[in-house]
Design a protein around this ligand. Structure first.
Ligand SMILES: Cc1ncc(C[n+]2csc(CCOP(=O)(O)OP(=O)(O)O)c2C)c(N)n1
Length: 342
């Protein structure tokens, strides 16, 4: 009997159904991201920060996170990571529209500051890099509690420039903590290009300074992003201490809905990266492996219906009440000097 070479996904321990599942979340992320920008241009949402171009990096890496067991500290561009862990378009639109029903911050934070205790998704501030000391503190806590889980801390390339990252990486490596740093390198920090913000050629080169293994993945390819993050996570899960994965990708939309990207990049550069569209790339892989066009059309139609229903539902829900402005900001119920309670 002829021995056939195993397919890439099989080599990684994934079924074709797993890859189809990854593709569904990638497409969901793309469609929601585009819809947020459209609604912004129509004056129906205040602000957006597109995920387009980061889907393979985010979903490939996130497929290694064990939901409800491992801890996730995402950054503001990580809608795809959150979707991979079960956050829904309805939750997203409640957040985007700052509705009272938003379970992540009850309409307090700007979009994508995910917070979901039951799934161990931990919120961070929008200040770039501040997530890393929090993530490392978490890693110390779970190590002290002898939890068999690990922490995934996400950030952009520029989040590895402030001191927060270096202090966190140093502490994690000295104390051998169970944390994987996952860095989405889209070559830009708003308008500041990669070469202007660090002298090393790769973010992964920084790992050596902290005696951590550093991996580089093609962040436009979901299977490579999955594979490299899997290797890093295996070391960290096995007690090998912190690791770092750099996912090389590109952001297609402006930095946010308030940014004019024509001032710092050419249309040609964007077009060049568009030719490597991670969602299209995953779609082609599925078609080459026997998934039909009809099946993928059904996936898109199902997502379309879910997303439109989510927008209608979220828009119909109440805004936060002015009298609740300080709720979820200050502790409630603690004793005051006059004997009453806050
Ligand atoms: C401490 C701090 N400095 C500056 C900013 C303003 N700021 C917001 S996003 C951003 C760029 C971050 O780039 P990167 O980490 O590469 O992530 P990307 O947005 O490209 O995904 C900057 C400088 C901030 N939020 N926090």
């Amino acid at each position: 009997m002829a021995v056939t070479a195993r397919e890439r996904h099989e080599e990684l321990g994934l079924s074709l159904d797993d890859v189809r599942g990854m593709y569904r979340v990638m497409l969901m992320t793309r469609m929601v991201s585009e819809r947020i920008l459209q609604l912004n241009r129509m004056g129906r949402t205040p602000f957006g920060a597109g995920t387009d171009g980061h889907e393979a990096a985010q979903i490939g890496a996130a497929w290694n996170i064990r939901r409800g067991k491992d801890w996730l500290v995402p950054y503001y561009r990580d809608m795809g990571v959150a979707f991979a862990l079960g956050v829904t378009p309805l939750e997203e639109f409640r957040m985007v529209l700052a509705k009272a029903t938003d379970e992540h911050s009850a309409g307090r934070q700007i979009l994508n500051q995910f917070s979901k205790p039951r799934d161990r998704i931990v919120t961070r501030s929008v200040c770039v890099g501040t997530e890393f000391p929090h993530a490392v503190g978490l890693a110390l806590a779970i190590r002290n509690r002898r939890e068999p889980n690990i922490v995934f801390a996400f950030g952009g390339d520029a989040s590895t420039s402030p001191g927060d990252f270096h202090e966190a990486a140093n502490f994690a490596s000295v104390h051998h903590l169970p944390v994987v740093f996952v860095i989405e390198n889209n070559l830009l920090a708003i308008s500041t290009r990669f070469e202007q913000q660090m002298a090393v050629r790769n973010v992964a080169d920084r790992a050596a300074a902290y005696a951590m293994p550093g991996f580089i993945a093609d962040g436009m390819d979901v299977l490579d992003s999955y594979a490299k993050t899997k290797e890093a996570a295996a070391i960290t899960r096995g007690g090998g201490g912190p690791t770092l994965v750099e996912l090389k990708c590109y952001r297609y939309q402006p930095h946010t809905s308030d940014d004019d990207d024509s001032r710092y990049r050419t249309k040609d550069e964007v077009r060049e990266w568009m030719a490597k569209d991670p969602v299209e790339h995953a779609r082609t892989y599925l078609l080459e492996h026997g998934v039909t066009e009809e099946d993928l059309t059904r996936v898109r139609a199902g997502l379309d219906a879910e997303i439109e229903a989510a927008i209608t539902q979220a828009e119909s829900e109440p805004d936060p009440r002015p009298e609740d402005a300080t709720r979820h900001v200050y502790a409630e119920g603690h004793p005051l000097p006059d004997g009453t309670r806050a």
